[in-house]
Design a protein around this ligand. Structure first.
Ligand code: ADP
Length: 485
């Protein structure tokens, strides 16, 4: 089976969040189950060396998007199709923003072109590869199913995955004529959205299947509290919606062989982690009692991630004797408040503002617990890394966090199945209570060790989810092939 991914990010080349991790890891897992994936991705400057080594496999000069060409190349074990259009993508830095908080004004054209070319390659095939399925990821690829449904040509089954419904790709209707999209779709049952148009709505309405990245988030999407206005649109297609958990790239995230750790370790001897914790404390200038837990946060610093709730409970965390190291960047007010906390408690709280992949590994390998107080979390990856590294996740009970962490309540502790801590409702008070509970369990070395061993035993790789995607592709293809009555 051949599947064409269409996406705006892919690790290790371009990443702003979990979407990139999924697009970079799922194709390898699918390959192992007999599904060949090629990934259509914009040729941002970071990909220039890969483009230079590739072969041109598609070119067009006559489209509304300007000259477009596609270069095929293999890199990082991935088969890439790079959309080389310098007028759209030769811009360094963040793929979406021209400055902090400011989207590029031509994002509709940039990702319209990506979706448009995705539909063409899916239909016509490319480089000897004829896709059975087009799999669009997030709003940036959302128009691809609409192009497939509304323009003439070979019929191709399409799937869209919603990685975060807060990002919907909404643009003014006056921009539509620039996109070579048939205007018959500009209505309430198509991509029209309150007088504007939405890339994500186009994907949800026209794709044959809709997936999101956890079963709980799939349920939450039809709830006004989580749907960001899309709850009705998603509910109307409920029968086509499913939730498949993300996995972890087990080669990249492997505490037994992680070059970013001071000391590697396995689930058989997780106490070797203490050397990593010492390195972390030294790096952040902390001084903690060995019997006090060290918490960490690796996150975008935003309200979605509940970082404001964490800042509110810091006095409580410090009063318990615990420590905290934070790596992230995001909203200015949260950065300022975190810096102030680090200045107020320099031996207990360390903050590094920025993006640092190696440090994120050391934090998972050295801290005792990772705090993820998200108000919503489609899947979340850092709790999965935490499980794999024995850095017990302390999480809000929402989305994929609810699906992947077994709360260390008295029953789960007694029966030895707990892997972390959950709290609800998502308030500072409930977060503070969960931190208290974690500190209590940490004081019981045996109980904590059992939890670490359990956590490290969880199957967080991609194999199970890849099988679910394969089944989904097969069922969508069978349905498309079935005679209609
Ligand atoms: P989201 O995609 O909503 O940001 P996820 O948990 O799905 O959240 O994925 C976040 C990814 O980005 C993880 O791989 C996490 O380790 C990584 N990450 C987030 N912030 C940083 C940072 N400051 N430095 C390094 N890695 C980070």
């Amino acid at each position: 089976m051949n599947v064409l991914f269409v996406a705006s990010e892919c690790a290790p080349f371009v990443k702003t969040g979990g979407l990139a991790d999924v697009v970079g890891a799922l194709p390898k897992a699918l390959a192992a189950s007999g599904v060949a994936v090629r990934i259509l991705l914009p040729a941002y400057p970071a990909l220039a060396p890969v483009v230079a080594q590739g072969r041109e496999v598609y070119a067009s000069s006559g489209s509304a998007f300007g000259p477009l060409r596609v270069v095929a190349a293999r890199s990082a074990e991935l088969d890439l199709l790079l959309l080389d259009a310098p007028q759209l993508f030769a811009r360094p830095g963040n793929p979406y923003l021209e400055g902090p908080g400011r989207d590029y004004p031509d994002n509709h054209l940039r990702f319209g072109a990506l979706s448009h070319v995705g539909a063409i390659l899916a239909r016509e095939g490319v480089d000897g590869f004829l896709p059975d399925i087009l799999h669009a990821h997030d709003w940036q690829a959302g128009l691809a199913p609409a192009y497939l449904a509304l323009t003439p040509g070979r019929s191709v089954t399409s799937v869209i995955t919603i990685h975060n419904i807060a990002f919907q790709g909404v643009f003014g209707a006056h921009l539509l004529p620039q996109l070579e999209l048939p205007l018959q779709g500009f209505n309430v049952d198509g991509f029209e959205y309150y007088g504007n148009f939405s890339f994500l709505k186009a994907g949800v309405v026209y794709a044959d299947r809709i997936t999101t990245v956890s079963p709980t988030y799939a349920r939450e999407l039809t709830d006004p509290a989580f749907g960001f206005g899309f709850e009705g649109i998603v509910a109307a297609r409920r029968g086509r919606l499913s939730g498949i958990l993300n996995g972890v790239d087990l080669d990249v995230w492997n505490p037994a062989k992680d070059p970013d750790l001071v000391k590697c370790y396995t689930g058989a001897a997780p106490t070797k982690r203490v050397a990593n914790r010492a390195a972390l404390e030294a790096r952040f200038g902390l001084s903690l009692a060995p019997d006090a837990p060290l918490f960490c946060v690796v996150s975008r610093l935003t309200r979605q991630k509940g970082i404001d709730l964490l800042v509110d409970v810091l006095p409580r965390l410090v009063a318990r004797g615990a420590g905290l190291v934070v790596l992230g960047s995001g909203d200015m007010d949260l950065e300022v408040r975190l810096r102030a906390a680090a200045a107020a408690w320099p031996e207990r709280i360390g903050v590094e503002l920025g993006y640092d992949e190696p440090l994120s590994h050391l934090m998972q390998g050295g801290a005792d617990s990772i705090i993820i107080p998200s108000r919503f979390e489609p899947c979340g990856l850092t709790q999965l890394y935490g499980l794999r590294y024995g850095c017990l996740p302390l999480v809000a009970r929402t989305g994929g966090l609810a699906d992947t962490v077994i709360d260390g309540n008295s029953v789960a502790l007694a029966s030895g199945v707990a892997t972390g801590f959950q709290f609800a409702p998502v308030t500072a008070a409930a977060l503070g209570d969960a931190i208290d509970r974690a500190c209590d369990v940490f004081a019981d070395k045996k109980a904590w060790r059992t939890m670490m061993t359990n956590a490290m035993r969880q199957r967080v790789g991609w194999d199970k989810s890849a099988a679910q995607y394969r089944n989904l592709y097969e069922s969508a293809l069978q349905e498309a092939a079935a005679p209609r009555d």
